[in-house]
Ligand binder design. Structure first.
Ligand code: S3P
Length: 168
């Protein structure tokens, strides 16, 4: 089984989809933000505050190299900017979870932990800037993806099944 790398904008549901996939398959799951938080023993928000975004991107590169060398049979959920690492394509099949910006905001706002979901994401604090980032990134996501899944009108079970079918 080749790794599956879930990419896409903040809040699109990469972690939730990964957790759904492992329920119905033999994949293991890891999350790049979780790996970084455990490497640093700090929350992402605090890493951005203390060391800045540049430092965070360096950590993403380190994680990417480790994933390429050491991880298999795994579904990897990634931070929204992880798709920029140079060796992305060597890590596994790249699956984009695609959704309009407005639907992503709706998803976050409807979450029982909405406040926390927003607060932990430094690049979602200013929604105007976040939309600009979305508009820059969306074509880039599309260009690196092997598989694109429109997640805007589907539940997690459906998305998970669709991904497993398409990566075969
Ligand atoms: C980021 C997305 C975040 C996290 C960091 C930067 C980004 O992950 O990696 O705050 O650049 O889009 P999520 O996509 O899980 O929110």
């Amino acid at each position: 089984m080749k790794n599956i790398v879930l990419i896409g904008f903040m809040g699109v549901g990469k972690g939730s989809v990964a957790r759904e996939i492992i329920k119905i398959s033999d994949y293991m799951a890891v999350d790049t933000d979780d790996l970084i938080e455990s490497m640093e023993n700090k929350k992402i928000k605090k890493i951005f505050e203390d060391e800045g975004e540049k430092y965070f991107r360096k950590l993403e590169k380190k994680v990417a190299l480790w994933l390429e060398d050491s991880v298999k049979n795994t579904i990897i959920s990634t931070g929204g900017g992880f798709y920029k690492v140079e060796n992305l394509k060597n890590i596994g099949k790249i699956v984009l979870l695609d959704s309009p910006f407005e639907k992503i905001l709706e998803r976050i706002k409807n979450h029982p932990n909405a406040k926390k979901k927003l607060a932990k994401r430094p690049l979602l604090q200013d929604l105007k800037k976040a939309k600009e980032l979305y508009d820059i990134r969306r074509p880039e996501y599309l260009s690196v993806a092997d598989i694109v899944i429109d997640v805007s009108e589907k539940n997690l079970q459906k998305i998970a099944k669709e991904i497993l079918k398409k990566v075969k």
